[in-house]
Ligand binder design. Structure first.
Ligand SMILES: C[S@@+](CC[C@H](N)C(=O)[O-])C[C@H]1O[C@@H](n2cnc3c(N)ncnc32)[C@H](O)[C@@H]1O
Length: 416
């Protein structure tokens, strides 16, 4: 593959991310159906990593291009500029053609790189940077954003299917990891010789990629055997399956989701993960309005959100956050789902994988103002508190990428 072939893969993946609003992984796979993504010299997984970095660097590359007076640049052109910067920063020999084109079109490149503003250097939308800086401090917001540009992978040992010690032994041959201090079935991947998805343990559902913050959401729910739990935004079922793991397959779950496609995946996933499927009732419905006859012992609202806390997993989210529209849309849905959930149960955990208070503190406050009997009870998990400018800050929890090495989640527990 030459530099033009590589730019074509990068540019097309960006095009798909922008237009179909899907993850980098899926957009890359679609691109690879249209054009070659590997050759003798270029390994497909390496090209995927490069593409991921390109999408993550989108705002930075666009800023540098615009500073050079170039607006509305094609994706192909942005890809070339990205590759040029990549070669430069990694001290690699430039392909001649690339050097000639970029030098011609960007005469002030070094100056523009040196004078770049912090939000662009970190490569996030400007509004997103400013919002976090106003909630934390400039310094802390920058640490947070910097750490979201790196990926930390967590893996849950699925003790429904394999003994913990046996899994650790098997994994030792493939992966360098550290076991979490508080959660013995959770591992942080330090280094892996090959992608986790290619491991037999993964393919057979013995290990499950699951971020630490997502595990903490289920911990905050404190599920117990024989509880009936309503999961109001359940698909694809990662948290449902963890509830079943923590209760030794003895909880009963009504798993509601409004997406038939995602519920279909959930059905397959639960089987793969060894969940006792007769105890999980998959239900296609809108959780803003569903009315279930029997009350539940507890409910989980792992609400649909902007996913702004999961950028480290999928940098395509940066592109979806070009403006803050989605945050406000999601807030409405979350208020409605949470309020409805609280009509069904005395105990509920509401969580989002978002760093935005509109999808956390503000939802909690709005639902409480609607008049509910529930109180906020501090979840017994060891993470940061909410944003201090909100009155509920010390009753709710947040996880932060730069502090917890996890995705950025909001977690609140209600009890009557
Ligand atoms: C964050 S995901 C849930 C992830 C899931 N809890 C897990 O751990 O695998 C949010 C889910 O909410 C669903 N959803 C969105 N709007 C909904 C609604 N109004 N009612 C029910 N489900 C909804 C989406 O289809 C999506 O599957």
């Amino acid at each position: 593959m030459n530099i033009d072939d590589i730019s074509a893969v990068l540019a097309n993946t960006l095009y798909i991310v922008k237009n179909r609003r899907i993850s980098v992984r899926r957009a890359f796979a679609s691109t690879c159906k249209l054009m070659p993504c590997s050759s003798r010299e270029v390994h497909r997984e390496k090209l995927y990593e490069l593409t991921r970095l390109f999408i993550s660097s989108f705002y930075r590359v666009k800023y540098i291009a615009e500073k050079s007076g170039r607006r509305n640049m094609s994706n192909r052109y942005l890809a070339r500029l990205f590759l040029y910067l990549y070669f430069m920063e990694h001290d690699l020999a430039f392909p001649n053609k690339l050097k000639k084109v970029v030098r011609r079109d960007f005469p002030d490149l070094e100056k523009n790189i040196a004078e770049i503003e912090a939000w662009a250097k970190l490569s996030y939308p400007k509004w997103f940077y400013e919002k976090l800086a106003s909630l934390l401090s400039v310094n802390e917001a920058e640490q947070l954003l910097y750490s979201m540009n790196k990926r930390v992978q967590w893996v849950r040992i699925n003790t429904l299917k394999i003994d913990l010690d046996k899994a650790l032994k098997l994994l030792e041959n493939e992966v360098e990891f550290s076991v979490d201090r508080e959660i013995p079935f959770l591992l942080k991947v330090v280094k892996s010789r090959r992608p986790l998805r290619s491991l037999k343990l993964f393919k057979e559902g013995l290990i499950i990629p699951q971020d630490k913050a997502s595990v903490l959401v289920v911990k905050a729910l404190t599920p117990e055997p024989d509880m009936t739990i309503y999961d109001f935004a359940a698909a694809p079922g990662i948290k449902t399956s963890l509830i079943m793991q923590l209760t030794d397959n003895k909880a009963r779950i009504v798993a509601v989701d409004s997406s038939p496609r995602r519920l279909e995946s959930m059905k397959k996933l639960l089987r793969k993960y060894g969940v006792e499927v007769s105890r999980v009732k998959l239900t296609l419905a809108d959780s803003r309005e569903i009315s279930l006859m029997k009350g539940a012992d507890a409910a989980l609202v792992d609400a649909p959100c902007s996913s702004s806390g999961a950028i480290s997993k999928d940098p395509a989210i940066k592109i979806f956050l070009e403006n803050d529209l989605i945050i406000h849309l999601m807030k409405r849905t979350q208020v409605d789902i949470l309020y409805n959930a609280l009509q069904h149960t005395d105990i509920a955990v509401y969580a989002t994988c978002s760093l935005m208070p509109e999808e956390g503190e503000e939802v909690v406050i709005e639902v409480m103002n609607r008049g509910i009997e529930h109180k906020l009870i501090e979840p017994s998990i060891n993470t940061s508190k909410g944003y201090s400018k909100y009155v509920v800050w010390n009753k709710v929890r947040r996880t932060f990428p730069h502090k917890d090495e996890s995705e950025g989640f909001f977690i609140a527990r209600f009890e009557k």
